[in-house]
Design a protein around this ligand. Sequence first.
Ligand SMILES: NC(=O)c1ccc[n+]([C@@H]2O[C@H](COP(=O)([O-])OP(=O)(O)OC[C@H]3O[C@@H](n4cnc5c(N)ncnc54)[C@H](O)[C@@H]3O)[C@@H](O)[C@H]2O)c1
Length: 410
Amino acid sequence: MRSGTRFRLGLTHVTAHDSEWTVEAVKQVAYHVIVARDLFEPDNTQLLDGCPDAPIRPGERRLVVIDAGVDRLHGDRIRQWFARNGIRVDILSMRADESVKEWASVETVVDAMNAFGIDRRREPVVAIGGGVLLDVVGLAASLYRRGTPYVRVPTTLVGLVDAGVGVKTGVNYGKGKNRLGTYAPAVATFLDRRFLATVPARHLSNGMAEVLKMALVRSSELFDLLDSYGPALIADRFQGSTPELDNAARLVMAEAIHLMLEELQPNLWETCLERCVDYGHTFSPTLEMEALPTLLHGEAVGIDMALTTVIGHLRGDITPAERDRILSVMRRLDLPIWTEVLARPGLLDSALEDTIRHRDGRQRLPLPVGIGGHRFVDDVTADEIARALRHLAMAAGADTGVPIGAGVAK
Ligand SMILES: NC(=O)c1ccc[n+]([C@@H]2O[C@H](COP(=O)([O-])OP(=O)(O)OC[C@H]3O[C@@H](n4cnc5c(N)ncnc54)[C@H](O)[C@@H]3O)[C@@H](O)[C@H]2O)c1
């Protein structure tokens, strides 16, 4: 073998040096996020032909994994749609919420894939449910025979604007949120806000937290929309019962998804650890796991954003008026800005330490600058967190009855 020989195959390389070879290969990734309307109305064919990379032809069969809650509410019309279109389906209806976001649920999906005898080249699994169901099925599919395609149909707001549009899958392990996971995009995601008609208001607020996140770090226009229409959109369950609300629902969702994808695309595998989409996700993973099942994911994200808004304010990056406006929008979206878990001594410090471990030894903490901007910092101290917590307790006190100064770690 000649030393330094380099074989070039398109974008891939094999380089040989005596008894050592280096292989470099580039994997192209493409996936589709498609807005749909009334996906399971009898005459709608979007799921059949809406995505060129995941067509379904009459006579074919599919394994459909559906959140049991969604099955109860929408299962009949979903089954009828598949039957009407001549698609034979095996349906696995499984419980999917944060308390069962665990390895055993992945096994349940794998067992169903085995029993179905899936043809991994031609039979993408169809996942219909909230963020938990999508993450569980995505993880199972990405592991099954080292990668089986899947299609997502999110049914919650978190699913529609966040869990359904990125490339991450995962389940919790021990106290670690999403500790086991893969990067595995679905071939296609079909976004149908009709499902939101049955989502409880609390879960819509929960999803609004992820929309608010994008607004706070990327877009004052999106923030203005949330300020003007957020509560009405929740009350209307994004169904567009007036032209004005329909337009607002469409704009809010499109803008949130577009901003999210703009941030994700250049950094799909998260090689760059300074990600503004991590805003609200510094302290929240610990808060969420500590408070289980009290706090929903978006609620924990909301509390993290309230705290980091105050940190931004204390650093002079957020004016008092901006801070008050942000906290007021959070309240109007029915997002908590406080949880008693914050009162556990040292919890936020250890949450930050855990995040530092995930971010390769540095805080890389996105902090808001005004409304719609951000910067990354590495120098947040325990004293600063304690001070911000005191301020937040004061701001929250009126709502929560938390005495001023409670929750201060030191
Ligand atoms: N992979 C990612 O990039 C990503 C991004 C954001 C969030 N997530 C994950 O998503 C999860 C949160 O997702 P979620 O908020 O959708 O929670 P969820 O999946 O637990 O769903 C919330 C509840 O709503 C029910 N439900 C689902 N659709 C419904 C409908 N149409 N009508 C009535 N009830 C319905 C579910 O059964 C569940 O009880 C978290 O585990 C989080 O880690 C993942």
